[in-house]
Design a protein around this ligand. Structure first.
Ligand code: F6R
Length: 614
């Protein structure tokens, strides 16, 4: 979703801003722009529809000088993606420029009031209202830009991260946030500002995360100052950034998604490092151990998540109910937050989010907290809003995920959920030591198994060519593999734009089987489990109706091989770990079909990596 970059210091701002925008491209956007204050104090705003490369072409013959600037990638919410609606927006007099992530909910009331005061509007965005309001407040109160921003924000309802610069001021950026992330990088005589740390990492590892309801005065001649909307000064908490540049580059792969798929053996190692004893007899997740009573006494555990994280949570439900005998519910965060759910003290809410910034999941966390639940987070991005809003949690430690379609985060989330289930089951005494060791050792062996699956890359690439022009797909699985089927379908639709649906295999005959004909590819996960024979029967039912079956089966399987049109053979793992093994070939299949179709795999149309608006 929208991205923010800012710089103030001694270097030329333009190259830093452009490089930062490129780093943020993964978030998804449809226009880009920047504002610079040059050496003469003039404020230059350049913006256009399209990619950052279009903006670079657009600025070729323009004044791009200056040591201070703000830049933005916009993912359209209010108003079409075009040049005028692109950010930065500037005030009536042209003296203030502003970039904004989020939504100003009361913009139309504010706009009417400003129109009555003689302001005119060029764009159809909510953001332009805010910059005009700041100018109006500044002009009527004869105050500083900082005071004007502080006062204007008191009138605003909504979610935002903003950055503001002013004509004639080459030293200072004013930034503020409410429900939308913002991080400030601290260099020597320079500051960097961004909506996530990726544009900052190559300049400094010292960062400050701005909290909700705070305004930052970022002045290159002064120490960083952060105050609340009510003017209470905040303690500056400088954190060390644990991220490297190589994690943000493709490392020889044509797409981040393929790189991230292939990283999974290593990311699982990172995820379990120090958490599972070498012989598999112990699992230590400190956030769970420290709060074990809350989990063990919980009336129930409620997972809240969206998209891929929701699919991972469905596996978490299965794991925890199966191993720990604690009731679990899995909720779409976007529904949960608005449906007046029953949450009681003693409930444990587990928020699952790769980015840690998903607006709906964050709102679900806030709702659950207000109603007295204990909140546990499973996030990837360290220091993200959800990670900070939860009482405790476990990071998945899979490194930055840049491809919009989530891959390594999914396997990391399921791995953490498996470790949570093992930890709780052991504490509760609901798992035998044999089964505990079998699953824990299964996790230790998982990287090698995923390595083997990745050896199928070429075979899956060849297989994908048969299905490039398919118009629909069905994905089936049962038990632990049902969420993996949902996830396989989501991957395909996200990046190839082919319509795909996931179903529990046995549910087919209750309606969806009507869709089956010789034009319908059906991907079935049919790995060994206690309902394998039943899955085989489901495959027969589809075969009998002419469907084209692509089966993910265990190495050496002969039964399904005799029925399916195509088989992808994967190594066998313990039943509860099979969705981790089975999801990887489905990621590759989706990837190669999308590549065959010439899709923009890393930045699929209409999608954003971090969905910071609801
Ligand atoms: C799918 C995908 C999305 C996200 C969803 C939640 O590939 O990327 O469905 O899973 O937007 O995002 P997080 O996990 O960041 O909360």
């Amino acid at each position: 979703m929208c991205g923010i970059v800012g710089y103030v210091g001694y270097r030329e701002a333009y190259p830093i801003l452009i490089k930062g925008l490129h780093r943020l491209e993964y978030r998804g956007y449809d226009s880009a722009g920047l504002a610079l204050v040059n050496g003469a104090g003039e404020l230059n705003v350049h913006k256009c529809r399209g990619k950052v490369a279009d903006l670079e072409r657009f600025t070729e013959a323009k004044d791009i000088s200056g040591h201070i600037g703000i830049a933005h990638t916009r993912w359209a919410t209010h108003g079409a993606p075009n040049d005028v609606n692109a950010h930065p927006h500037y005030s009536e007099s042209g003296s203030i420029a502003l970039i904004h992530n989020g939504i100003i909910e009361n913009y139309s009331v504010l706009k009417d009031a400003l129109i009555q005061n003689g302001y005119t509007f060029k764009s159809s965005t909510d953001t332009e209202v805010l910059v005009q309001l700041i100018e109006y407040v500044k002009a009527t109160n004869h105050c500083s830009l900082f005071e004007a921003v502080q006062s204007a924000l008191k009138q605003v309802v909504g979610a935002y991260a903003i950055a503001v610069v002013e004509k004639g001021n080459q030293d200072e950026i004013i930034a503020a946030r409410k429900s939308s992330p913002m991080v400030i990088g601290i260099g020597e005589g320079e500051y960097f500002l961004a909506s996530d740390a990726t544009p900052i990492v190559e300049y400094t590892d010292r960062v400050v995360y701005v909290n909700d309801g705070e305004i930052a005065v970022i002045n290159r001649n002064q120490p960083l100052k952060v105050v609340s909307f009510d003017n209470v000064e905040s303690q500056i908490d400088i954190r060390k950034l644990e991220m490297s540049i190589s994690q943000l580059e493709k490392g020889g792969y044509p797409h981040f998604m393929l790189k991230e798929i292939h990283e999974q053996p290593r990311t699982i190692v990172d995820c379990i490092r120090g958490r599972i004893s070498p012989n598999g007899d112990d699992v230590v997740l400190s956030g769970v151990i420290a709060n074990k009573d809350k989990f063990l006494q919980a009336r129930r555990i409620i997972f809240v998540a969206c998209g891929t994280s929701w699919h991972a949570a469905l596996i978490g439900e299965h794991l925890i109910e199966d191993m720990c005998r604690i009731p679990v519910e899995v909720e779409y965060a976007s529904e949960f937050r608005y449906r007046n759910p029953v949450i009681e003290p003693g409930d444990v809410v587990v928020a699952v989010s790769q980015s840690g910034e998903t607006a709906d999941t964050l709102a679900a966390v806030e709702l659950a907290r207000a109603q007295g639940a204990f909140i546990f987070g499973i996030c990837n991005v360290v220091g993200s809003s959800i990670a900070r809003a939860t009482d405790s949690g476990a990071y998945i430690h899979v490194g930055p995920e840049i491809g919009v379609a989530s891959t390594k985060a999914f396997t990391g989330q399921v791995t953490v959920m498996t470790m949570i289930a093992l930890t709780l089951a052991k504490e509760k005494g609901t798992i035998s030591s044999e089964r505990f060791a079998e699953v824990a050792r299964g996790l230790l062996e998982l990287p090698a198994k995923l390595e083997k699956v990745l050896g199928l890359d070429e075979e899956i690439r060849d297989l994908s060519k048969i299905f490039t022009y398919a118009r629909n797909f069905i994905y089936l699985g049962r038990g632990y593999n049902y969420p993996a089927a949902l996830e396989g379908a989501l991957k395909l639709k996200e990046i190839s734009y082919i319509h795909a649906e996931g179903y529990p295999a046995a549910e087919m005959k209750h309606g969806p089987i009507a869709l089956i004909d010789s034009e319908m590819p059906v991907v079935v996960i049919a790995t060994p489990d206690n309902i394998y024979e039943k899955t085989v029967s489901n495959i027969q039912e589809i075969k009998a109706r002419g469907g084209k079956i692509i089966a993910v089966v265990a190495e050496g399987d002969t039964v399904v091989r005799g029925i399916a049109d195509y088989c992808i053979e994967v190594p066998v793992a313990v039943e509860c770990l099979m969705p981790l093994v089975a999801s990887v070939p489905l990621q590759l299949l989706a990837y190669y079909i999308a590549v065959n179709k010439g899709r923009d795999v890393d930045q699929p149309r209409n999608l954003a990596k971090s969905v910071t608006v609801e």
